[in-house]
Write a protein that binds this ligand. Structure first.
Ligand SMILES: NC(=O)c1ccc[n+]([C@@H]2O[C@H](COP(=O)([O-])OP(=O)(O)OC[C@H]3O[C@@H](n4cnc5c(N)ncnc54)[C@H](O)[C@@H]3O)[C@@H](O)[C@H]2O)c1
Length: 354
């Protein structure tokens, strides 16, 4: 049976990835997380309890037998004991990271050090593993933010130069550079996916969708970031592409199942894939959609993004043509998955607590 090591499994995207793999494959998943950064064991527990809410998932009662949860802070090397607990794996998904831009601006040093150290730990482990018991594919999860802002009408294709604007995106760009160097130097089967903004249930409350939702639910004013002229009038409002975490998980599964992860020497370039959202939505429109799905009124004010969020970019954009040409189609549409996320979160308000 296929076995996968999933780092960052207690995080927002990680636990959706776990759920998607459990529902759509027979893979066994080794979940590794520090549970000291933003990871929560409750996310994994709720996935494993899912059959209680979803009686249709008849196999779900056995899910816990396909899942192993290991607690380890990846800043420290993987010991021989932990290595034997991980056991044989076919695939590695490198998803653990500190992930919040604002926090990276408040305390850049531990943030960047964490993201660099954890990827080095994982690559050193991969290098050792590859000598005798070869994981076939190592897929690292990165972000559109490494490319910096995209001009209106322009979408980045895979492999363009990085121009990160804040310590978070710089730390992700560092991770990518280190991965590329290990691909080039040590001939490991590594690849990188870059993804746009992800939405879904149990997201950390400091991220945009839960933040807007808790504000509209409490009748508070929502700040919308825009560039404004000297009279405070909006010149342009920030925009993002969004996709549900299940689409992201499905893209990872597609890549692992269908794509070769060439080693240096087999092919001149490392595998890189953009995983894109369905369509571009400006932040005001997104906030309005969240308020509408919540059945609440949206009160908002425009805030100049230069002064209120230094290091933030008004627009990120990736070109998704490569994945489309390879034959990947996202399983869930955006509006429907946003509506489901909003309704689910209102029914489970404990996930809005800090
Ligand atoms: N959420 C998004 O919109 C988005 C978009 C593009 C890319 N990404 C990338 O996807 C990944 C997951 O993002 P997320 O939103 O789920 O973030 P998250 O913060 O919810 O999850 C990250 C997980 O990594 C774990 N982690 C951090 N440092 C660790 C360490 N030293 N050792 C072990 N575990 C550690 C955390 O505990 C947490 O569980 C990140 O790599 C992020 O850069 C996220």
């Amino acid at each position: 049976v296929t076995r996968v090591l999933l780092t960052g499994a207690g995080g927002f995207v990680g636990h959706h990835t776990l759920e998607h793999f459990l529902t759509t494959t027979d893979w066994e998943i080794v979940c590794l997380d520090s549970f000291r950064h933003r990871g929560k064991t409750d996310r994994i527990r709720e996935v494993l309890d899912a059959h209680i809410d979803n009686p249709d998932w008849i196999d779900a009662e056995d899910w816990s037998q396909r899942v192993r949860v290991l607690t380890h802070d990846l800043r420290a090397p993987i010991s021989p004991q932990l290595d034997s607990e991980i056991g044989y794996v076919n695939y590695v998904i490198s998803m653990a990271s500190e992930s919040h831009v604002d926090r990276s601006c408040v305390e850049p040093r531990p943030f960047v050090e964490n993201n660099v150290a954890l990827v080095l730990t994982l690559l050193e482990w991969m290098r050792e593993r590859f000598r005798f018991d070869k994981p076939q594919k190592f897929l690292h999860v990165s972000t559109d933010e490494v490319y910096g802002p995209a001009q209106v009408g322009f979408n980045h294709v895979e492999g363009e130069p990085h121009r990160p604007s804040n310590p978070y995106s710089a730390s992700k760009a560092c991770q990518e550079s280190i991965i590329y160097s290990y691909w080039r130097t040590f001939g490991l089967p590594l690849g990188i996916s870059n993804t746009m903004n992800i939405i879904g249930e149990r997201q950390d409350p400091e991220k945009f969708v839960p933040l807007v939702l808790s504000r509209v639910a409490r009748g508070e004013t929502v700040k919308i970031h825009a560039s404004v002229d000297e009279h405070g009038r909006p010149v342009s409002i920030g925009s993002r592409y969004y996709l549900h975490a299940r689409n992201q998980a499905d893209a990872l599964k597609f890549l692992l199942e269908t794509q070769p992860f060439p080693r240096y020497g087999d092919r001149a370039s490392m595998g890189r894939w953009n995983v894109v959202g369905e369509r571009e939505i400006d932040n005001l429109r997104m906030a309005q959609m969240i308020a509408d799905f919540a059945g609440s009124k949206l009160d908002y004010e425009l805030a100049d993004f230069h002064s209120s969020r230094p290091g933030h970019d008004l627009r990120y954009a990736l070109d998704g043509g490569k994945m489309t040409r390879l034959g990947w189609t996202p399983p869930v549409p955006l509006a429907e998955s946003l509506e489901r996320t909003v309704r689910w979160t209102l029914d489970h308000p404990n996930w809005l607590l800090p």
